[in-house]
Design a binder for this molecule. Structure first.
Ligand code: GDP
Ligand code: K
Ligand code: MG
Length: 301
């Protein structure tokens, strides 16, 4: 019989935690310039993919797919059902959950606890910002979390000062299952701007509409022009049916305007520049094939 597959590791790592605990800083440290971004073709609906890292660890190649869990910025009890299902699904699909917290946060009644307690995936608790606390405080905080959720590991770090990052990285990689890569390296691109722009707009669609709408729509960035003082982004939101177009636009265009404003603010924060965002909603029963066509023409990265 065949020996067990042991020559490649691959898995999804979900990063979760309250705003400002240092998730983005940590991502940059963990992935840095080695990050590759995948094309929108490879997006999954449950995961907002932040980056993919291909590498080698102790002679075994790996592919690590970092994903964000949209919606956890709101306290769990305020999420409506569809969003909760989405967040829960994302954690359940994760091979490793990186729960980022900072020393100043209390374990008891932490807003993310209900989500953490529902997942069967191994949780690595990342205790960040240890540069701001004494060793005693860090030790006490680790004990507090140990009692609250019994994570697979608790790793104290400073993302800012890059302290103990190697231990964390090791903890993540060794927990990835043996699995072939999920994404073909040929699909990876080094031009992530359009990808991020479409992901940000997609996220707002997920947050603002229910049921099948997010799954029946696709965002195409048909224009991305960076000028000195602003970025002009033209996005097409493709839906499969006319009724869905009506829902996306909303009464007197209100819903689309809301999506556009939320997306623009995030885009401006992300790119650090003023953004002019133009959105069009189009009924394309066949958007999946149009997506391929646009890619062939070079419009879509
Ligand atoms: P996010 O909202 O969870 O993505 O958090 P950010 O990565 O944006 O970080 C929020 C703030 O915390 C920023 O000002 C970071 O510079 C700061 N920060 C992140 N990690 C550390 C750390 O290890 N130590 C300290 N002192 N500050 C940190
Ligand atoms: K932030
Ligand atoms: Mg962030």
């Amino acid at each position: 019989s065949n020996p067990p597959f042991r020559n490649h590791r691959a898995g999804f790592v979900s990063i979760i935690g309250k705003p400002n605990v240092g998730k983005s800083t940590l991502m940059n440290v963990l992935v840095g310039e080695r990050m590759s971004i995948i094309t929108s073709k490879a997006q999954t609906t449950r995961h907002r993919i932040l980056g993919i890292l291909n590498g080698k660890h102790e002679d075994i190649p790996f592919q690590l797919v970092y994903s964000d869990t949209p919606g956890v910025i709101k306290p769990a009890y305020k999420l409506h059902d569809s969003m909760m299902t989405f967040v829960k699904g994302s954690l359940e699909d994760a091979d490793v959950v990186l729960f980022v917290t900072e020393v100043g946060e209390k374990a008891a009644e932490h807003e993310v606890l209900p989500l953490l307690k529902r997942t069967d995936s191994p949780i690595i608790l990342v205790l960040n910002k240890i540069d701001l606390s004494s060793d005693e405080e860090v030790t006490a905080k680790m004990a507090e979390w140990e009692n609250e959720i019994h994570p697979a590991a608790i790793i104290p770090i400073s993302a800012l000062e890059q302290a103990n990052i190697a231990t964390l990285f090791d903890g993540v990689i060794t927990r990835l299952p043996f699995h072939p890569p999920y994404f073909d390296e040929d699909e990876l691109t080094d031009k992530p701007e359009r990808f991020f722009a479409s992901e940000i707009i997609r996220e707002k669609i997920f947050l603002n509409y229910r049921q099948e709408i997010p799954y029946s729509s696709e965002v195409m960035i048909t224009e991305f022009k960076e000028r000195d003082d602003m970025i002009v982004i033209r996005a097409e939101i493709l839906v499969e049916r006319k009724s869905q177009k009506g829902i996306i636009i909303g009464e007197k265009g209100e819903m689309l305007k809301k999506v556009g404003t939320q997306a623009r603010l995030d885009l401006e924060e992300f790119f650090g520049k003023k953004v002019f965002l133009e959105q069009h909603v189009k009924v394309e029963p066949d958007w999946r094939s149009k997506e391929n066509k646009l890619r062939q023409l070079g419009y879509q990265e």
